[in-house]
Design a protein around this ligand. Structure first.
Ligand code: DGY
Length: 323
């Protein structure tokens, strides 16, 4: 019997590949080559399924050229690389990988908050550069974390994980803003108080962004929002580039309109706004918030299970646009 043909658009774990090969005829981007849209479209032709990551854009143009395509399984919880409306119109299912990365990503968000507040990157560069010659009372004095006010913009699963770490582990006063308010039970579990966006910006000592990217959240943090924040505040983005206006942020950091930032995601990544590379008060990491071996394995397996679930058993595990 001929097996359904799928494309694995990026390099993945050998065991995920072996699992997929039991069910499908697989074309795999083993070398992890960077394919442009034309090449991705060419490779997708004749495939019924695709294993994608956040880096492959699936839009109306790609879909029109690939009429056999039925499902795209993203190895990511974020799915802004999918034009979901176009996929729904074309009858193509999208799936993502929620839950399996929540705690790991929340760990990283908190680590980035700590590194940013306590100036870890800046002080490490100073030491490596051989500039540390003596102790000084105010050397790399940063912002207090315990007991301070933690603001969270976007209160989904990862936001709640960060809130719990802050409230229960560090005695922080947690405030949040979200499209919809959490239930009283969830607010109690997170020890979090709902506030308007303006109060969040004005009150937070540390503001963590965990909201999904969409046309609505594009530049949710720009010059105007940065101007409302405390000059002592820190900003952490583990959500998506594009939520922050990186040029405006670089200016705010340079002019010390906020104290520091920690960024794991960037507009147009893997390119990084050149001004961010020249300001010292920013910690920069290359989109690794979910990157532990265990979590990345779990994400890969869930994406593969979604392909098998849909194409073999007729039931995907975590569909984004079910019929
Ligand atoms: C996600 O899952 O959305 C992370 O950003 C990893 O890409």
């Amino acid at each position: 019997m001929t097996q359904p043909k799928i494309l694995v658009a990026r390099a993945i774990f050998p065991e995920t590949l072996a699992f997929l090969e039991k069910h499908f005829e697989v074309e795999h981007n083993q070398d992890d080559a960077t394919w442009d849209k034309q090449e991705l479209t060419r490779r997708l032709q004749g495939k019924v399924g695709a294993f994608t990551t956040g880096t492959e854009r699936i839009d109306a143009e790609v879909l029109a050229a690939c009429p056999e395509l039925k499902v795209c399984a993203n190895m990511a919880v974020g799915f802004n690389n999918f034009d979901l409306a176009a996929m729904t119109k074309a009858g193509v299912l999208g799936t993502n990988t929620p839950d399996v990365l929540t705690e790991t990503t929340a760990d990283f968000g908190f680590a980035l908050l700590m590194a940013t507040a306590r100036r870890m990157a800046e002080s490490e560069h100073y030491l490596r550069a051989g500039q540390w010659t003596k102790w000084r009372y105010d050397m790399f004095a940063g912002a207090e974390v315990h007991g301070s006010t933690l603001g969270i913009l976007g209160m989904g699963r990862i936001g709640q994980g960060i809130a719990k770490r802050g409230a229960h582990g560090f005695g922080m006063n947690v405030i949040y803003h979200n499209r919809s308010r959490l239930s009283p039970e969830l607010e109690a579990a997170c020890k979090a108080r709902y506030v308007g966006k303006e109060e969040l910006l004005k009150t937070a000592d540390h503001l963590v962004l965990v909201l999904p990217y969409s046309a609505e959240s594009h530049h949710a943090i720009g010059a105007a929002e940065l101007a409302q924040m405390k000059p002592t505040a820190t900003l952490v983005n583990i959500a998506r580039g594009g939520i922050v206006d990186d040029a405006a942020l670089a200016r705010a950091l340079k002019d010390h309109r906020i104290a520091a930032a920690g960024l794991d995601v960037f507009e147009g990544e893997p390119k990084v706004h050149p001004d961010l590379l020249t300001v010292p008060n920013v910690v920069l990491t290359p989109h690794i918030a979910s990157a532990t071996i265990q979590t990345r394995r779990a994400m890969a397996q869930l994406a593969a299970d979604n392909l098998v679930g849909f194409l073999v058993n007729g039931k995907p595990l975590t569909p984004l646009n079910p019929e």
